[in-house]
Design a protein around this ligand. Structure first.
Ligand code: ABC
Ligand code: CA
Length: 495
């Protein structure tokens, strides 16, 4: 599927090893399995491509129409100072599937099961580096001993150096990892490497019906490599450009290196704005404005508030209303929402890798308040998209977010027919209100908040005011639509 087809999709990111346990229909590929899946052990817990199929109802029940899975290629399968490659990022041969996650037929079965539900498959791909426990000293010699590695010739790697993040040449050519598990930097200028990877990715996407790619370590490879690689893949590419530099991040779209990137800049904005009670809302507004002004297509960015490299949202921010507000920003702002498995279960253990990668099954896949909140947000997006609900002649996907009002603690932004009104005041009720002077709707009309299904009046000049005084709700988020639109969308029944 191409970028246009991905526009409007909503993505659930999971760790293949950790999302669903082996079962009768999805036997384990790893034995023995640990009795409990303790992330500190950094070992396989038994999830496979087939076990993901067992739990697709859970993902689809939350309203997602795309699933991003761990890298599918073969990893080093040895004990390391960081234990085992349960995460799938220590790819040593992209061309071979990872037997820990299943067989070729199993991956096809997952792809078919998703497509039968009208859902897309996104696969994580790692080509920048190859792990090694002993190549650190050997890379400049003529005979590399990398067991099972696709690349064995020194000309297929860049010489050893550790990355200096202040120097982009170093970021591209030096090595990720450390001297315990070195991630040898593949020479992505070597013509054999380039042609091997390009023909592989085209085969992989067509063989397994893959609809999109998450490109690992995108900033560590020259952009021109990706232009050809993504063209060869024939599908939507979203790159991981870890960092807060908006101009650098936007160059991936402006230079046409790939369709999109993960929204790291907006992530930092959401953390600054909603990560703490009465946080820095002006930082959120500033980053949001810059994102909109700098990216040619902000509507394709991947918006997240946690992932496998970052702290769990609820680890750093316990207040549930802050989480609900942050998720509205994640879902309604320009871009594709990406929810990391466990976010819907309020997973709070995990200040970082490896604690943020716990197994999901101890949650019993419960229908939590957050699960329902996410479902509601997906429902709202789907409803405005399928109804082609318009505001001033523009629909949700084709209109760019505009910040309508903000204070130190509040922000209101419009995207098409929806007006999100958010706060970082947190759960306690306070006898305070936030007034949005010009909502865009005319005075004397009525609007509906699609989260609470309550009606609000539009005052003179189009003003809307929300109160944070209701006991038990405090600083809750709002998503307004006109009453006429609300009736057509049916999210709140007959209103
Ligand atoms: C293992 C152990 C860890 C141990 C680590 C050293 O080694 O498990 O306990 O601490 C995979 C595995 C990891 C594994 C690593 C290394 O490999 O998942 O468990 O860690 O063996 C991607 C993936 C990631 C994956 C890899 C490697 C790459 O998402 O899961 O890791 O294939 C950099 C890369 C980025 C990479 C990330 C982990 O490291 O750019 O591609 N992620 C700065 C830099 C970033 C850098 C980041 C973290 O630090 O700019 O480029 O990411 O090192 C902001 C700034 C940012 C700054 C952040 C920290 O602060 O704006 O620029 O980011 O304010
Ligand atoms: Ca590189």
């Amino acid at each position: 599927a191409n970028a246009d087809q991905w526009k409007g999709k909503s993505i659930y990111q999971l760790f293949t090893d950790r999302f669903a346990p082996p079962s009768a229909t999805a036997p384990a590929r790893t034995s023995p399995l640990p009795e409990t899946c303790d992330p500190i052990q950094q070992t396989w817990c038994g999830g496979t491509w087939l076990s993901i199929i067992d739990k697709l109802d859970y993902i689809q029940g939350m309203g997602f129409d795309a699933v991003w899975i761990s890298p599918v290629s073969q990893n080093i399968d040895v004990y390391t100072p960081y234990n085992y490659a349960y995460h799938g990022y220590w790819v040593n041969d992209p061309l071979v599937l990872n037997p820990r996650f299943g067989s070729s037929d199993d991956l096809k079965a997952l792809s078919n099961a998703l497509h039968a539900r009208g859902m897309y498959l996104m696969v994580d791909v790692v080509v920048n580096n190859i792990p090694s426990l002993n190549a650190y000293d050997a890379v400049n010699s003529t005979a590399l001993k990398l067991d099972g590695s696709l690349w064995t010739d020194p000309s297929e790697f860049h010489p050893q150096c550790w990355i200096d993040y202040s120097n982009q040449t170093s970021v591209e050519n030096c090595w990720l990892g450390d001297d315990k598990v070195a991630l040898m930097d593949v020479n992505t200028e070597n013509p054999t490497v380039v042609s091997t990877l390009n023909s592989w990715i085209g085969n992989l996407t067509s063989t397994y019906g893959i609809d999109g790619l998450r490109i690992d370590a995108a900033k560590h490879v020259p952009g021109t490599f990706w232009t050809r690689f993504c063209a060869a893949s024939g599908v939507f590419c979203i790159g991981e450009v870890y960092g807060s530099d908006i101009n650098f991040a936007a160059s991936f779209q402006t230079e046409k290196w790939m369709d999109s990137i993960l929204g790291y800049p907006l992530y930092y904005g959401i953390v600054n704005g909603f990560g703490t009670p009465s946080g820095n809302m002006s930082s959120f507004v500033e980053i949001a404005q810059q994102t909109l002004a700098t990216f040619p297509q902000p509507g394709l960015l991947g918006n997240f508030i946690e992932n496998h490299d970052l702290p769990r949202w609820r680890n750093t921010t316990t207040d549930s209303q802050l989480a609900y507000n942050a998720m509205v920003a994640q879902f309604i702002f320009d871009g594709l929402p990406i929810v990391y498995y466990g976010q819907e279960q309020d997973f709070s253990h995990g200040a970082g890798d490896p604690y943020n990668r716990a197994a999901l099954w101890p949650s019993n896949y419960a229908n939590t308040t957050t699960y329902q909140h996410i479902r509601r947000l997906n429902d709202i997006r789907h409803a405005v998209i399928t109804n082609n609900t318009q505001f001033n002649g523009k629909n949700f996907l084709d209109s760019q977010t505009t910040i309508v009002a903000s204070t130190k603690t509040d922000v209101a932004f419009r995207k098409g027919p929806l007006l999100a009104v958010l706060t970082n005041r947190g759960s306690p009720s306070v006898a305070q209100a936030f007034g949005v002077p010009t909502s865009g709707w005319s005075a004397q009309s009525a609007v509906i908040d699609l989260l609470s299904c309550k009606q609000h009046a539009v005052g003179s000049g189009g003003a809307i005011s929300v109160s944070y005084a209701a006991s038990g709700y405090g600083g809750m988020p709002y998503i307004f639509v006109s009453q006429t639109d609300a009736a057509a969308l049916k999210i709140c029944g007959d209103v």
